[in-house]
Design a protein around this ligand. Structure first.
Ligand SMILES: N[C@@H](CCC(=O)N[C@@H](CS)C(=O)NCC(=O)O)C(=O)O
Length: 206
């Protein structure tokens, strides 16, 4: 029997982090996955959480049966405890802090790209141009920084932060194809290409 249900939006980058972890750790049989449509009354997340946000995880079995989790960081930490595969987050020590720091950084970058995407969804007369420009610059600064840190990215094995960073790079290309970050960051582009070729990334592409 499955242990938990993951409610996800097919294009949500935050939900994709959890979906990729499920594939990378080979725990598909333990986690049932249900696509939902957010921001609609039919959104199944609303049956479990008033936030309505994805990803959401409902624990179906075990001591935490009935527990509902939102926030991808928390959900990925819980997914790390399912099955026998090694966790993607180091258990303790300096490696854990380095991974957590990189994961928080990835979330800040993801927020910048996601907020800019949402601003563009508004009718044009309501879009606030300075906000869009500021979030664009924030993402650009991060891409420049990551280009300088490619050895560090490549040195670590697949982890929560590496998964989300690659999702950020992919999501930026998906939402802003005319603003390709790759030409001026060739080393980051190579690292991204290797991540994007993993079966887990191909299977979850929006
Ligand atoms: N910090 C959250 C962000 C989750 C989030 O913003 N999800 C978006 C989709 S990418 C969502 O559910 N939006 C629907 C809504 O705002 O109602 C996480 O890491 O899980």
């Amino acid at each position: 029997m499955h242990q938990a249900t993951l409610l996800y939006g097919p294009t949500s980058p935050f939900a994709r982090k959890a979906r990729i972890e499920i594939i990378e750790r080979g725990i598909q049989n333990f986690v049932r996955q249900v696509p939902v449509t957010v921001r609609t009354p039919e959104n199944e997340v609303l049956l479990h959480s008033p936030t309505g946000k994805v990803p959401a995880l409902v624990v179906d079995d075990g001591p935490n049966q009935g527990l509902v989790m939102v926030e991808s960081t928390l959900i990925c930490e819980y997914l790390d405890t399912i099955g026998d595969a090694p966790p993607l987050m180091p258990a303790a020590g300096p490696e854990r802090w380095a991974e957590r720091a990189m994961d928080a950084y990835a979330h800040s970058l993801m927020d910048a790209i996601a907020w800019r995407t949402r601003e563009f969804r508004k009718p044009e007369e309501f879009q606030f141009r300075p906000f869009i420009a500021y979030e664009f610059e924030r993402a650009e600064r991060c891409f420049d920084d990551l280009e300088q840190r490619v050895e560090e990215l490549a040195a670590a094995k697949i982890s929560h932060s590496r998964i989300l960073l690659a999702i950020c790079l992919d999501y930026s290309l998906f939402r802003f194809p005319d603003l390709d970050w790759r030409p001026t960051r060739p080393r980051l582009a190579d690292w991204y290409a290797q991540m994007a070729a993993r079966p887990s990334f191909i299977a979850t592409k929006p």
